[in-house]
Design a binder for this molecule. Structure first.
Ligand SMILES: Nc1ncnc2c1ncn2[C@@H]1O[C@H](COP(=O)(O)OP(=O)(O)OP(=O)(O)O)[C@@H](O)[C@H]1O
Length: 269
C-alpha cells in the first residue's frame, strides 16, 4: 500500500548565527501509513518541528525526498492540515468565521460554509459559541476551535505540533480524548509532535524517537499495541502502558540528557 507520507533521507541544514551551518536533521527516513497515528518524540531542539515543516511543504529540505500518497512533494502539501502549539486563530474573526476561514479562502458558498462550520462547532462541543471572539473563549475552547478549523477542510493528513501543551492537565486530557474520538470516526494519517511521552503512547499506533541534535535521526520506534477505543486518562494505569513507557523512556533517556546538556551549553556560551 502507498504510504500517506514517506520521508526518504531528509537532511535539513541551516545557516548558523555566527557563520557556518547547523544540520538539524540528517538522513531521516520515515513512513506513515494511511490512517496511522504516529507520534514523534525527542529531546528539545532535536528537529521535530523541522521535520513537520518539511512534511507540510513549508520548508524545503537540503536533501532527500518527501512523497505524499506516492507523489513527490513540491511546494505546499495540499493534503495536510496543520495545528500548532501557539494560537493560530484570527482575533478579529468570530469563532464561526475562524472555523470557516479555510472554506471561504477556497471560495465555498457562504451559506454552505456556515452550515458546515456550525456542524463542526457542534462536533467539537462548541454549539452556540459561533459568535464569540477568540478572547472570549477559554484556552480549551480555542483549541477546539482550531481543531474544527483544521478538520472542516477534511485533510487526509493531520500535522500536529504540540497542540495541547499550553493547556492545563485536565483540559488536555479532555482534548486528547476528543481528538481520538474524532480521529477514530474518520481515520486520517496523523503526525503528532510532543515532548510528553505519556501523551505519545496514549494516542498513537507508533512512537518514533529522534536522537539529540545536531544531525538528529530516528533511533528507535515502538508499536503501541494498546486496545482502542482508549480513554487516555485510564489507559495510563494499565500494566501494558507502564511497560511500554518504561521501554521507550529507557531508549530515549540518554538522548534527552544530551539534548538538555546542549541547551545548557548554548545558554552558558
Ligand atoms: N530556520 C532556521 N534557521 C536556523 N536554525 C534553525 C531554523 N529552524 C530550526 N533551526 C534549528 O534547528 C534545530 C531544530 O529545531 P526544531 O524547532 O525543529 O526542534 P524541535 O525538536 O521541534 O524543538 P522543541 O522540542 O524545543 O520544540 C534547533 O537547533 C533550531 O535552533
Amino acid at each position: 500500500m502507498t504510504a500517506a507520507v514517506d520521508l526518504d533521507r531528509i537532511t535539513c541544514t541551516f545557516a548558523a548565527k555566527g557563520g557556518g551551518s547547523y544540520t538539524a536533521v540528517k538522513d531521516v527516513s520515515l513512513s506513515i501509513a494511511e490512517g496511522e497515528f504516529v507520534s514523534v518524540v525527542g529531546p528539545t531542539g532535536c528537529g521535530k518541528s523541522t521535520l513537520l515543516n518539511v512534511v507540510a511543504g513549508l520548508l524545503r529540505p537540503s536533501s532527500g525526498t518527501t512523497s505524499v500518497f506516492g507523489e513527490t512533494l513540491a511546494g505546499i502539501n495540499r493534503h495536510a492540515g496543520y495545528m500548532f502549539q501557539s494560537e493560530a486563530l484570527m482575533p478579529w474573526r468570530s469563532c464561526l468565521d475562524n472555523v470557516t476561514a479555510g472554506l471561504q479562502f477556497r471560495g465555498e458558498d457562504a451559506a454552505v460554509a456556515r452550515e458546515k462550520g456550525e456542524a463542526w462547532l457542534a462536533r467539537v462541543g462548541l454549539a452556540g459559541f459561533g459568535d464569540r471572539y477568540p478572547h472570549q473563549l477559554s484556552g480549551g475552547m480555542r483549541k477546539r476551535t482550531s481543531l474544527a478549523q483544521m478538520l472542516i477542510l477534511d485533510p487526509k493528513i493531520l500535522l500536529m505540533d504540540e497542540p495541547f501543551s499550553a493547556l492545563d492537565i485536565q483540559t488536555r486530557v479532555l482534548m486528547e480524548n476528543e481528538l481520538l474520538e474524532l480521529w477514530s470516526a474518520n481515520r486520517k494519517s496523523v503526525i503528532f509532535i510532543t515532548h510528553d511521552l505519556e501523551e505519545a503512547i496514549s494516542l498513537s499506533d507508533r512512537v518514533v524517537i529522534l536522537s539529540a541534535g545536531p544531525a538528529s535521526h530516528p533511533i528507535g520506534e515502538f508499536a503501541i499495541d494498546l486496545p482502542r477505543p482508549r480513554d487516555v486518562a485510564e489507559i495510563r494505569h494499565s500494566p501494558r502502558f507502564i511497560e511500554l513507557h518504561d521501554r521507550i523512556w529507557h531508549a530515549m533517556k540518554e538522548e534527552v540528557l544530551k539534548g538538555y546538556q546542549q541547551t545548557r551549553n548554548k545558554v552558558v556560551a
